[in-house]
Design a protein around this ligand. Structure first.
Ligand code: UD1
Ligand code: UDP
Length: 378
């Protein structure tokens, strides 16, 4: 009888972690020399399950921590507690965490407290400001302090880690696994379940796609974004504005009042990943504070106006596809109007190249995990 392969445990809990971990989970499933045990925290519920279902991932363990209106400390303590119990009965050789959510930070901390090496997927992103994005900048810096292997998506993220004295030998530049997921999703465009979206897709109108959810934008800034979009909708009746609203009720309460009643504004529930990628690919322009969308849009040639003052993803800005516009109402209106009217400027932004990888990041990540496991197994 052969030996059981070493157990590798990806832990994730939110939509973007699920999207970016899925290609790694698939790669692990195909590996003969590693055995994967997928654990989800359930920090997000519907938005997480939607992604797992699309990728055909059935988690081996679900901490099911979701509570409506949950606070950061509740997410942290419930994850720590759940993983503490799990690790005593099911001890993996390494734990994989992705990005900078509270799930990721808590999972890294729980593993560290069990002396289990942590692999950080999408390591080294830095905005330089601990309050923006909050709490993500703090979370990812904390994970960097305790991770054994840092999978950096780009050379810039590798340099950030070196500046913080992370040893070069523990960093591997892989590309971002979001490109692996995206390329798979756009290969076979899915029909929209919402007939209004299907109609929009065949109408050939210009689509402005809006998403926002960042904690630091909630409240006044988000209300301002809503008002700016309402003015743009009124001034440009041929423009279709689509808002797949985040599940957080705080986001809806801030944005929707200003946007109610416009025939050219369509508000939907969070879209399944495949449908969202198709919508992104047919959009004229994206307005977002999302991290993942800043990485996906350049691959599809869609310009991004980022509703933030800074970004830990400077590559897309440098490439020319993304532009930081913040949340000032007048600025948003002016920037969108300029890209609607100035075709030369629009083509410049749309024509840039994707700096986030070639779709083989998951393969490189699993190869690096394999080397780490061999090293620690002596
Ligand atoms: C979280 C991450 C953020 C990531 C984002 C992706 C943290 C601190 N934040 O932010 O880094 O960019 O996910 O979307 O980890 N909710 C639902 N149903 C769901 C998901 C959320 O009702 O499926 C509600 C929750 O009840 C909660 C609110 O949305 O009140 C916020 O959820 P939470 O996970 O705390 O933070 P996000 O803003 O989603
Ligand atoms: N996304 C999705 N459905 C939606 C909106 C976004 O599948 O309705 C995907 C999007 O393609 C990207 C990810 O969700 O891959 C981004 O998630 P989010 O903006 O919530 O988080 P962030 O990336 O900012 O952490």
């Amino acid at each position: 009888m052969g030996q059981t392969p070493p157990l590798v445990m990806p832990v994730y809990g939110t939509r973007p972690e699920a999207i970016k971990m899925a290609p790694i989970v698939k790669e692990l499933e195909a590996s003969a020399s590693l055995q994967s045990f997928v654990t989800v925290t359930g920090q997000h519920r519907a938005m997480l399950d939607q992604v797992n279902m699309l990728f055909g991932i059935v988690p081996d363990h679900d901490l099911n921590i979701f509570q409506p209106g949950q606070g950061l400390v509740a997410i942290l303590t419930r994850t720590l507690d759940g993983l503490d119990k799990l690790f005593t009965v099911n001890r993996p050789r390494v734990v994989l965490v992705q990005g900078d959510t509270t799930t990721s930070m808590a999972a890294a901390l729980a593993a560290f407290n069990h002396a289990i090496p942590v692999v950080h997927v999408e390591a080294g992103l830095r905005s330089g400001n601990p309050w923006s994005p909050y709490p993500e900048e703090g979370n990812r810096k904390l994970i960097s302090q305790i991770a054994s292997l840092h999978l950096a998506p780009t050379e810039a993220s590798r340099r950030n880690l070196l500046r913080e004295n992370i040893a070069d030998k523990n960093i591997v530049v892989t590309g971002n696994t979001v490109i692996d997921a995206l390329l798979g999703a756009v290969e076979k465009p899915l029909p929209f379940r919402d007939p209004a979206l299907e109609q929009l897709a065949s109408a050939g109108r210009r689509i402005l796609l809006l998403t926002t959810h960042r904690r630091e934008n909630q409240g006044g800034a988000m209300r301002g974004v809503g008002r700016a979009l309402a003015r743009l909708a009124a001034r440009n009746p041929d423009l279709a504005i689509v808002l797949p609203a985040h599940a957080n009720p705080v986001v809806r309460e801030a944005l929707l009042p200003a946007l109610n009643g416009f025939p050219n504004v369509l508000v939907t529930d969070p879209l399944p990943y495949g449908e969202f990628c198709r919508l992104l690919s047919i959009s004229y322009l994206v307005l977002t504070d999302s991290g993942g969308i800043q990485e996906e849009a350049p691959s599809l040639g869609v310009p991004v106006l980022v509703l933030r003052e800074n970004t830990e993803r400077p590559e897309a800005v440098a490439a020319g596809t993304a532009r930081l516009v913040g949340t000032d109402e007048a600025r948003i209106e002016a920037e969108v109007t300029s890209l609607l009217d100035d075709q030369r400027r629009y083509r410049q932004m749309a024509g840039s190249t994707n700096p986030y990888g070639d779709g083989r990041a998951a393969r490189r990540s699993v190869e690096a995990v394999q080397r780490l496991v061999e090293e620690i197994s002596g």
